[in-house]
Design a protein around this ligand. Structure first.
Ligand SMILES: Cc1cc2nc3c(=O)[nH]c(=O)nc-3n(C[C@H](O)[C@H](O)[C@H](O)COP(=O)(O)OP(=O)(O)OC[C@H]3O[C@@H](n4cnc5c(N)ncnc54)[C@H](O)[C@@H]3O)c2cc1C
Length: 385
């Protein structure tokens, strides 16, 4: 049997795509390696833009998510600064005419809300189904399953949202290793966060404090050697250094939870499609967390793909014209998100001699010139088109 669309991966992006197609006449099958009720990424927090919230509202999961205790923390102000240079900028929600600049959302709670909505939607979702390869013919996509006894799943289009795109052949990827590591931890500040997030650019790399429930989620970029030392330090030494790094902008810290680290790299598909296949979400682009763009781009991939699918006659789904339409529709937003993130790391993340003046200038300009500040804020809120 030939489905219209097979979605590989029901993580936040794949599940959003499936829900955006729930009211269409399309025959959609969703496959995920997870067992029902499992979450892939335990306690990770996601940075959501205002535009991403609108997408989650449209697919009917935002209100359940917002009603879950501690699942959503609004960011009402962002303080952007750099160590040892001029210039700092504050973005405030009220200036932008939105209720919040963004939200910090629990991956686990979001996945639970999406899973519940998928179960209600009646969409065919096969759990514990691991995909080993996505291929096919010019006429259809064939998705091979890990379990050799299972028949491949055939569809006009395979939409791959497995977080890596590892199972798809024929998509050229570009990778940039930043040679840096992100140290992440929960930290409790001496005073309540009141929705204020911090982004600080230091000679070692960018750092962020994102308000989350009663604490902050810390992302601290460092060299691998430095990260090792940060993980080994006792809590007091770690918190003292953190406060110095932030030049006490946040009023000091009282407690830190478990510290973990992961290597930082950017990887993206130059063209996010191959015959009868489109990659979306992290499978299409995995970005440095500095600008909080990655997950938001992924949700916009899912939303725009769904709009194109419902607008395409069934027999044309997955053909070259449809793939070309999707690639063109996502081109500007994807490349701008990738460039913005990479540019921020490049401009602000290096300890180049004499670079602190232009860094400060860029920040000062963003803060002082209303049009530039608005454009920057809009890019953070809604992405670029
Ligand atoms: C180490 C790390 C840290 C991050 N930290 C942050 C952060 O702090 N803030 C932030 O906003 N973003 C962060 N991100 C990015 C964020 O996690 C992603 O943007 C988001 O998870 C992307 O969602 P997704 O649905 O594309 O992929 P995923 O969340 O990876 O979901 C993929 C889904 O596909 C399924 N799957 C995978 N392989 C297969 C297969 N072969 N067959 C069938 N199913 C499969 C999985 O079970 C899962 O349900 C981080 C990413 C990484 C890698």
């Amino acid at each position: 049997m030939l489905a219209d669309v097979v979605i590989v991966g029901a993580g936040p992006v794949g599940a959003t795509l499936a829900l955006a197609l729930a009211d269409s006449d399309l025959d959609v099958v969703v496959l995920d390696a997870r067992a029902a009720g499992d979450t892939l990424r335990g306690d990770r927090s996601l940075a959501l833009s205002h535009g991403a919230r609108l997408i989650l509202e449209r697919v009917g999961v935002w209100s359940a998510l917002a009603a879950t205790a501690d699942a959503v923390t609004p960011i009402t102000r962002i303080d952007i600064s750099q160590a040892g240079g001029f210039g700092a900028m504050q973005l405030a929600a009220e200036e932008q005419g939105v209720p919040a600049l963004g939200y910090v959302v629990s991956y686990r709670a979001l996945q639970a809300a999406l899973d519940a909505a998928l179960a209600r939607s009646g969409i065919a979702l096969r759990h514990r189904t691991t995909v080993s390869a996505v291929g096919g013919t010019p006429a259809y996509a064939a998705v091979t399953l890990d379990n050799a006894e299972s028949e491949p799943v055939l569809a006009r289009l395979a939409a791959v949202a497995d977080g890596t795109g590892a199972s798809v052949a024929g998509i050229a990827r570009r990778r940039h290793d930043y040679g840096q590591v992100a140290v992440i931890a929960k930290v409790w500040s001496a005073r309540p966060h009141a929705g204020l997030a911090y982004e600080r650019f230091t000679p070692e790399g960018p750092m962020a404090l994102l308000p989350e429930g009663d604490h902050y989620g810390l992302v601290w970029t460092a060299t691998p050697e430095r990260a090792k030392a940060l993980l080994a330090e006792d809590d007091d030494a770690f918190l003292g250094e953190l406060a110095r790094r932030f030049a006490n902008r946040s009023g000091g810290f009282a407690k830190v939870g478990e510290r973990r680290s992961f290597p930082l790299a950017m990887e993206y598909a130059a063209v996010p499609a191959s015959a009868r296949c489109i990659v979306v979400g992290n499978a299409a682009q995995t970005l440095h967390p500095v600008a909080g763009q990655g997950f938001n781009l992924g949700l916009r991939d899912a939303w725009e793909l769904a709009q194109i699918l419902v607008d395409t006659p069934s027999e044309a789904i997955g053909n070259r014209a449809m793939l070309a339409r999707y690639i063109a529709a996502r081109r500007t937003d994807r490349l701008a998100g990738i460039a913005l993130t990479h540019g921020l790391v490049g401009i602000f993340g290096n300890d180049l001699p004499l670079a602190s003046w232009p860094r400060g200038l860029a920040l000062t300009l963003l803060g002082a010139v209303p049009a530039a500040k608005r454009a920057f804020a809009r890019a953070m809120l809604f992405g670029l088109r």
